[in-house]
Design a protein around this ligand. Structure first.
Ligand code: ADP
Length: 304
């Protein structure tokens, strides 16, 4: 029996998202007028932490912001959701920044300036050991330096789960991918991780099957509006149908899914049950604009 409290610790990125809406994207050297200009909180790590906390989880964030004016808007929803920010460092220089332009057709371009997220190396992650050690689930993504992510499995308690979401896919040590339980990937990421394992596969499902054979303990493959597939060693794969909703903005849906998944795993739910709940939360998130602002709170009606 574990007596560990159901804490979710997220080791990852914190960004300010600066968004502009343009009729069309500018050509090199061209200046265009746009609208928007809001700065909203983002970064995959922060998104996942906010998702779990808004749903009622006890969540700790391990990350870094800069010394500029963007740090406060970046932390806004994390603070509002009650995420423990004791292990968020302030480092000289800019906060992570995503510069997003969306044209009239809904196509976007995104420039990510890592800023303070680039300071999340192995030494800084290891210094946050206390935030990781008490957790039931520890999550990381691909928006901090590779050696920072590689330092996490050694800190995760043996009775806790390491949820790895390699987005974007970095060339991580194989042992780090094998420590994931689960590995959460979309179709594109599944194929890239399989490539790194030297697996030639046709399609994301085949890539995941091969990764399980290579020793990955469990995988959740997310398929957007087609739902998700849960694959675990020794069990048949289980398809999780998407919940049918009218999508308004899919930004951050994957992060909402992961935050919800981690919350349920921390509560001790089996992976399949946690994924069914996460699919409802992901569907809720696509019905609202933005990332963190579109996430449900505990008590909100989730689509079924
Ligand atoms: P990512 O953004 O990481 O590529 P996905 O697009 O696969 O992630 O979305 C994650 C999850 O969110 C999906 O598995 C699904 O459960 C839910 N989801 C995403 N888009 C939709 C949609 N249009 N309708 C319903 N659910 C969705």
């Amino acid at each position: 029996m574990t007596t560990r409290s159901p804490v979710v610790t997220v080791v990852g990125s914190i960004n300010a998202d600066l968004s502009a809406v343009v009729q069309r994207h500018p050509s090199p050297g061209e200046t265009l007028h746009g609208t928007g200009g809001e700065i909203t909180p983002g970064g995959k790590g922060a998104n996942q932490a906010v998702a779990a906390a808004k749903l009622g989880g006890t969540v700790r964030m391990v990350g870094a912001v800069g010394t500029d004016a963007n740090s406060e808007p970046a932390l806004l929803e994390l603070r509002a959701a009650g995420v423990d920010l004791t292990a968020v460092d302030e480092v000289p220089g800019p906060t992570g920044l995503a510069i997003i332009t969306v044209d009239a057709a809904g196509e976007n371009t995104i420039i990510v300036v890592p800023g303070a997220n680039g300071a999340m190396d192995a030494a800084r992650v290891t210094a946050a050991r206390a935030a990781v050690e008490g957790a039931a689930v520890v999550i990381s993504q691909g928006e901090i330096p590779r050696d920072g992510i590689e330092a996490i499995p050694g800190l995760v308690p043996t009775d806790a789960r390491f949820l790895l979401n390699p987005a974007p896919v970095l060339n991580l040590e194989r042992s780090v991918v094998l420590a994931a339980d689960p590995l959460v990937v979309n179709e594109h990421e599944a194929q890239l991780v399989a490539d790194q394992f030297g697996i030639a596969s046709s399609g994301a499902t085949a890539a995941c099957t091969a990764l399980l054979t290579a020793g990955v303990r469990s995988i959740v493959l997310t398929l957007g509006a087609d739902g998700a597939v849960v694959m675990e060693h020794g069990s048949d794969s289980v398809s999780i149908p998407a919940v049918t909703v009218t999508a308004v903005d899919t930004t951050g849906a994957g992060d909402a899914f992961i935050g919800a998944l981690a919350l349920k795993l921390a509560d001790g739910d089996p992976l399949v049950d946690a994924a069914r709940f996460a699919a409802r939360v992901g569907a809720y998130a696509v019905t609202g604009r933005g990332a963190q602002t579109s996430y449900p709170s505990a008590g909100d009606d989730l689509p079924a």
